[in-house]
Design a protein around this ligand. Structure first.
Ligand SMILES: Cc1cc2nc3c(=O)[nH]c(=O)nc-3n(C[C@H](O)[C@H](O)[C@H](O)COP(=O)(O)O)c2cc1C
Length: 245
């Protein structure tokens, strides 16, 4: 089973989101999957111009010969697609959105009825991942900030052959990289590892593991006070991180 992950953070493997992605992938490998991560910040991906040449003159092929055609080949061969993105203004990052828009060559222009709704089917029905996994982190300490992102992914997977298999959403994600907090968030990273194993073995995250992943890393009120102190110190040119210790 091939699990192909795209990390849309501008900070790449130094970011908060990657702190969750890595144990998840380790768990997936332990369960037998082959994994690969593409850091979108390292790729040349032009934004979609909306010309729809990929739906007309050259079906399935974009006018741009940047890194995207090679990435689409990889997507076609994957069983599980994983989007790892920081929350940027309540949705995916710009890097991730550019990538998501450029998936259009793999989608058919036809609009057909499937069940009780109309969808664009996949261009290559048998060559498209069966499942989507979402990993995201944000700075606010509350979970509801992810609601727009979740809805986007629900709609993206609303066709009959593509399942939104799992979501790991981490509010107060800026804590994930604080060296002094590593021991106190170990439980969370262990749950992310377990989630990777479960998605590969069972196809979903069990309710037990999901309930651990849905726990707050910190009390929101404490976090907001720490964040205010941190930024006050940064503005004053002091070691802001000292406030987080
Ligand atoms: C341009 C920008 C927009 C952001 N928008 C939000 C937001 O809408 N809500 C939020 O809670 N955090 C927001 N954040 C904070 C990031 O989501 C958060 O720091 C995240 O953990 C960063 O992940 P990364 O280190 O993997 O990039 C934003 C950060 C940036 C730079």
């Amino acid at each position: 089973m091939k699990l192909l992950a795209f990390n849309g953070s501008s900070r790449g493997d130094l970011g908060n989101t990657d702190r969750i992605l890595q144990p998840f992938l380790r768990g997936a490998r332990e369960a037998g999957a082959e994994t690969e991560v593409i850091y979108l910040k390292e790729k040349k991906i032009n934004h979609c111009t909306g010309c729809l040449t990929c739906w007309s003159k050259t079906p399935g092929a974009c006018v741009y010969k940047d890194d995207m055609p090679g990435l689409l080949e990889k997507v076609r061969r994957a069983d599980i697609l994983l989007y790892a993105t920081p929350l940027y203004i309540y949705t995916v990052s710009g890097l991730m959105k550019n990538f998501m828009d450029r998936i259009i060559p793999l989608i058919s222009p036809q609009i057909v009825k499937r069940g009780d709704q109309y969808i664009h089917p996949m261009r290559y029905q048998e060559e498209w991942p069966k499942k989507l996994v979402l990993i995201s982190s944000c700075a606010y300490p509350e979970r509801h900030h992810f609601s727009g992102l979740l809805e986007t992914m629900r709609l993206f997977t609303s066709g009959p052959d593509f399942e939104f298999a799992a979501a790991i959403l981490c509010p107060a994600g800026d804590l994930l990289k604080v060296p002094e907090l590593q021991a106190s968030i170990k439980w969370y990273l262990e749950a992310a590892l377990l989630a990777g194993q479960e998605v590969v073995r069972q196809g979903y995250i069990t309710p037990e593991t999901q309930s651990v992943l849905n726990r707050n890393l910190i009390d929101p009120e404490v976090y907001s006070r720490m964040a205010c102190a941190f930024w006050k110190n940064v503005r004053a040119g002091k070691d802001g991180a000292a406030e987080l210790r």
